[in-house]
Write a protein that binds this ligand. Sequence first.
Ligand code: GNR
Ligand code: NI
Length: 174
Amino acid sequence: MAIREIITVPDPRLKEISKPVEAVTDETRQLMDDMLETMYEADGIGLAAIQVGVPQRIIVMDLSGPEERAEPRFFVNPVLSDPSEGKTPYDEGCLSVPGYYETIERPSTIKLTYLDYDGNEVEEIAEGMFATCIQHEMDHLEGVLFIDYLSRLKRQRAVQKVKKLEKDKARDAA
Ligand code: GNR
Ligand code: NI
């Protein structure tokens, strides 16, 4: 396993639409292992492949949190359907928009189908934090970030904040 670099806004690759995986192979699993390790190292609960610069429809997730890391999950070619009418607000963040948080409302429950780590088809209903997270990750596969739901002013502020953070980081490293 290897830690990969997480790309951040305004990297144009984050706007790409990711392509379906043709078959779940050992190469796919190696990428998923790397993504999981990268996500763990960054203290995240979810990560889409495009966030490490790979435009494939792959998501990893572990909702047990940075302390436990007990429930790694892998989603290949996920499809969402039947979103509930009821919505749930959640204070969202994104590893590609580090240091910025804003409340986003999304459908409270949603159906999903996907291929798992072994390439088996799975169907389930997501609710709670799982529903929020899978919708956030699914957006990444379509080139959409949570800040795209905000006003242009807030979105620009978020991008500026990330740029400043990275400039300061680069300066500290020099
Ligand atoms: O680590 C993450 N936390 C989070 C919190 C609320 C809603 C969504 C997320 S996903 C995010 C990691 C990430 O950027 N995934 O794409
Ligand atoms: Ni994200």
